[in-house]
Design a binder for this molecule. Sequence first.
Ligand SMILES: Cc1cc2nc3c(=O)[nH]c(=O)nc-3n(C[C@H](O)[C@H](O)[C@H](O)COP(=O)(O)OP(=O)(O)OC[C@H]3O[C@@H](n4cnc5c(N)ncnc54)[C@H](O)[C@@H]3O)c2cc1C
Length: 362
Amino acid sequence: MSEISVAGAGMAGLVAAARLRELGCPAVVREKGTRVGGSMLLSSCVVFRHRDFEAFREECPGGDEALQRLVWERLDDAIAWLVSRGAPVVWEETGNPRTVGKRFDPRGLVDALVGEVELGADGRVDGPLILCTGGFAASPELVTRYVAPAAPLRLRANPWSAGDGLTVGLERGAALTDGMADFYGRNMPDAPWDETELVALSQLYGRFARIFDEDGVEFFAGDQVSWSEANVVAATARRPGAKAFYLLDETALGERVRDRTVADMVAAAPAEARVPLAGLPFRPPEGAVAAVRVIASITHTIGGLRVDERTRVLRADGKSVGGLWAAGVDAGGVATGGYASGLAQALVLGLAAAEDAAAHGV
Ligand SMILES: Cc1cc2nc3c(=O)[nH]c(=O)nc-3n(C[C@H](O)[C@H](O)[C@H](O)COP(=O)(O)OP(=O)(O)OC[C@H]3O[C@@H](n4cnc5c(N)ncnc54)[C@H](O)[C@@H]3O)c2cc1C
């Protein structure tokens, strides 16, 4: 049996490598960064699926139905596999009536999965290869080419996922999926922040705000904001400067998002982003008492390499490229048109890639 290479030691790569070891398959894991864990280590680590498959389809209508079914059907067993390996569960449920899953402790999840990893090593090697490089959010050039925001997006993810999997796939003849302009991200305060603040500083109250762009044009009504708020981020990315102002009245400030009030979240935003009403570049709406300037940030890309249900990378004619798999967000076509759990995609596709590579004795 020849050795399989895994490129990337984030969620999908760690899962694929752990499954390959379980199956007795020799594998080498290469990680470009200075640590393992990828964006997963920075995340809230809620691994979830939609409660109903129909809701998943409705929310991500542009996705490949067979891939969506794979993720949706395999996720509960895959989560049980993580638990059986000792991954520490922080929440038994997501707390969101629309979704089913668990929240894990990210450091504990890494510890439950990690084996030997070559750190600081480029995973773009010849031979049988499972691509788990985490998409292209960290490449300003690729984001400009495919996502085409009005201005550069801030990165809200690990700094190493710069499209290396995409490049390898294209070099070997792969096709790209639809929805290359789709991304998942958050509106963040338009102020300096670092990777330890990515969760705490997410401005997740767009649904209670009136939203204006820098030219003073109101562009998104609160009732249009999806539960994940991913759609208002995508819309912000297309406004001047990829920025917006969230204007809040007293009622909005009293609303709650999980255990925090909107007023708490506004108070926690860096002072540079909390704009005095008199300093706005337009006249504030009646009743507004607070304004926060936000900027669209990108966490992961949604379009990517075309794969089948065994995660084999496909050419435009639908045939497999051969010896190449893509898991995690390197694989496109799961959440196209909406938002679904990137960690669930990485978990299920990571398992599927390892099993297919092992079964074919590469
Ligand atoms: C703040 C934050 C909160 C989040 N919260 C959630 C959440 O609650 N639920 C959820 O489902 N998702 C969440 N996500 C998204 C989730 O973390 C990602 O969707 C998920 O980690 C994707 O898995 P992946 O394996 O594809 O990529 P990653 O986990 O990012 O791993 C990719 C790895 O590949 C490495 N790499 C890149 N290029 C190369 C190369 N050439 N050679 C070798 N290695 C390479 C990178 O360094 C990285 O380690 C969150 C993300 C962030 C940043």
